[in-house]
Design a protein around this ligand. Structure first.
Ligand code: NDP
Length: 317
């Protein structure tokens, strides 16, 4: 496993990270969840991503159980705050009140003294950015959080936050967590250039488009059993990809991967990691074998000719 600095910070994260959305604490049973996390750790993954909102804290609780045997300094734990955790008007968003209260709740569920990377899960249009950045800065001063990041912020929102932090002498954000994969590339236009300029690293989510970029969903074939798309509790976000036109193109990407003697999952992960501003590709895994296959993407260089072939297929998607 190779490690990259997260933005301009000194923090090093594994090129492949492991997330827990729709898996641990929800669709994947506890024993299997723990074996996936242990396999990841054994294979050099040091970056574990979760959120308070993933099944209302249940994902964090599973991570606590899985990571408790390991030395705290050997892994980087990332969680998030923003989405509703209750029905009250203050049970959501990025107010100082909600951030401080949710940080305490996450620390308890995770069973740790500090969170390595605390991320604002979305931009909050109702709270001044300075209020949220100051709350984060205070948590860092108290030692409860080591670094701050955001998720799915636009280039303009990132730029604004950088300026406010500089002007008010608050600690800078070190990361952004956007979706990024062969089919969703909006960050290439503005988010990456701005982030490179401001020293913000990307830790990208759904790098396999939720499993589509493994090639296991095939045109004109049944959806494989025990997959995210086959489960009514988890298929809400994947269905838009499940049409013959997209899946036929994905088969062409599989052919390119075969030509390189790698799996499509590995090509897809190496493809997001070709961007130096991407510090980690955060995968999901419902079984340890998927972790084993996916970690092999770390350090995989894609030849320029294959990148051109991929680009030609993607232009049509
Ligand atoms: P992926 O694109 O990596 O999809 C993961 C899913 O694909 C797995 O759960 C598994 O599903 C399938 N899969 C993975 N590897 C393989 C393989 N080798 N062979 C076959 N199937 C495979 O990422 P996710 O969409 O799960 O997102 C990853 C993480 O990113 C999340 O856990 C979360 O931490 C973060 N995230 C953050 C968001 C944000 O707003 N900040 C939003 C979404 C995610 P199955 O076996 O069930 O088919």
């Amino acid at each position: 496993m190779k490690y990259r600095r997260l933005g301009n910070s000194g923090l090093k994260v594994s090129e492949i990270g492991l997330g827990s959305w729709l898996t641990y604490g929800s669709a994947v049973e506890k024993e299997k969840s723990i074996s996936c996390i242990h396999r990841a750790y054994d294979l050099g993954i040091n970056f574990f991503d979760t959120a308070n909102a993933y099944n209302k804290g249940a994902a964090e609780t599973v991570l606590k159980e899985a990571l408790q045997d390991y030395t705290r300094s050997s892994y980087v734990l990332a969680t998030k705050v923003f989405f509703p955790m209750g029905a009250g008007p203050n049970d959501r968003g990025l107010s100082r009140k909600h951030i401080i209260e949710q940080c305490e709740a996450s620390l308890k569920r995770l069973g740790v003294d500090y969170i390595d990377l605390y991320q604002f899960h979305r931009y909050d249009h109702e709270t001044p950015v300075e209020e949220s950045l100051r709350a984060l800065d205070d948590l860092i001063a108290q030692g409860k959080v080591l670094y701050g990041g955001v998720s799915e912020w636009s280039a303009a929102q990132l730029t604004d936050a950088v300026h406010i932090a500089k002007e008010k002498n608050l600690r800078p954000l070190i990361s952004n967590q956007p979706i990024y994969n062969m089919m969703v590339r909006y960050i290439e236009k503005e988010v990456i250039p701005v982030s490179e300029k401001e020293g913000i690293g990307q830790v990208v989510f759904s790098p396999l488009a939720q499993g589509i970029l493994t090639g296991k969903y095939k045109p004109n074939e049944q959806i494989p059993a025990k997959s995210r798309a086959a489960n009514d509790d988890t298929n809400k976000w994947i269905t838009s990809y499940l049409n013959d036109e997209v899946l036929t193109r994905v088969q062409r990407l599989s052919d390119i991967a075969s030509g390189l003697e790698v799996e499509l999952s590995q090509l897809a992960l190496a493809w997001v990691l070709r961007q130096p501003n991407v510090s980690s590709a955060i995968i999901g895994a419902s079984r340890p074998e998927q972790v084993e296959e996916n970690v092999k993407a770390s350090g995989l260089e894609i030849p320029a000719s294959a990148l051109d072939e991929v680009e030609a297929v993607l232009k049509e998607i």
